[in-house]
Write a protein that binds this ligand. Structure first.
Ligand SMILES: Cc1cc2nc3c(=O)[nH]c(=O)nc-3n(C[C@H](O)[C@H](O)[C@H](O)COP(=O)(O)O)c2cc1C
Length: 284
């Protein structure tokens, strides 16, 4: 069994580092273990060139994305540890996530459903923001099957090394061995019944919609407790069908662009130079 750890923090020997290393040690000795620090990779921004669409085309940026994808493909299990930064996911996660457009239309190569567990650490009570949801869906863009997400409060490096958090990390590691899910959701909260996100839009008229996976349905509180029912969907966003359908939508948009390219070139001419741009003076 091969397990890959992804550390989404630039802080060396920080909480995310410690979490992944400790969890690796909790796994059977004979498993092959590798850790990648995402900030050590050279990953450039997506430039919206759409050269990676359709299915037979590749991303034209020659950086370390292929290294990362190859290692995810080769792994049987994945552990992601990520800090909360400014209420959201660490920049490396967003940067890589934006580049995932290049694998959307190649879903079947990536959508293997291999097991993934996630630990999010944050420093300040009630400041966890949306990092849990953002990191879960980062994993799902790679076709990983997220079976456990733990959010812990730990500010200083090493704060994760307390018995309660270590116990939960051990349960997560064990779930990788047993190939089972583990539930760390708050029983007091309502989550999306499809993807487990806590980010639901709720209408006054009894409807709900998940911001992350776009599932929707109705909510009731007839029994004094809120219950969600779910509308049937043509396909789910983070399944092979969903990802492939999204890849097709984007490929269609690219085709429209190519058909209207001459018109777009004309429209954009006047904005190419513009008059108000400023840049730092590189001579100083
Ligand atoms: C730039 C920056 C932004 C942060 N933003 C938040 C935040 O919004 N909410 C929070 O609870 N903690 C925040 N933190 C604290 C980290 O999430 C916390 O210390 C975490 O354990 C760091 O993990 P690491 O040691 O793996 O880097 C921030 C830390 C930094 C450096």
């Amino acid at each position: 069994m091969k397990v890959l750890g992804l550390v989404a923090s630039p802080r060396r020997a920080g909480n995310s580092d410690i979490i992944v290393q400790e969890m690796m040690n909790m796994l059977p000795q004979e498993w092959k273990k590798e850790i990648i620090r995402l900030s050590d990779l050279r990953i450039d921004s997506c430039t919206a060139c759409y050269a990676c669409l359709p299915k037979d085309k590749q991303c034209v940026i020659g950086d370390d994305l292929t290294f990362l994808l190859d290692h995810i493909k080769a792994a049987d299990k994945v552990i992601i540890a990520a800090p909360v930064y400014s209420l959201g996911q660490h920049t490396t996660i967003k940067l890589i996530n934006d580049r995932m457009i290049s694998i959307l239309s190649k879903g079947d190569e990536y959508f293997t459903g291999k097991q993934c567990v996630i630990v999010i650490s944050h420093g300040v009570k009630d400041w966890e923001g949306y990092a849990r949801e953002a990191t879960m869906h980062f994993a799902r863009f790679f076709g990983l099957n997220v079976t456990g997400v733990l959010v812990v409060q730990a500010a200083l490096p090493g704060d994760v090394l307390n018995p309660e958090i270590m116990g939960k990390m051990d349960a997560l590691a064990q779930s990788l061995v047993d190939n089972t899910p583990v539930d760390f959701t708050d029983p007091e909260l309502v989550y999306c019944p499809e993807c487990g996100s806590s980010m639901l839009q709720v209408s006054r008229k009894g409807k709900w919609r998940c911001v992350m996976c776009a599932s929707e349905g109705e909510w009731t509180n007839d029994t004094g407790e809120f219950t969600l029912s779910r509308m049937p969907q043509a396909h789910r966003r983070f399944t092979l069908e969903g990802i492939t359908a999204h890849g097709c939508v984007l490929t269609g948009i690219k085709e429209q662009f190519l058909q209207r390219k001459a018109q777009a070139v004309e429209i954009r001419k006047k904005y190419r130079k513009g008059s108000f741009w400023i840049k730092p003076d590189s001579s100083q």
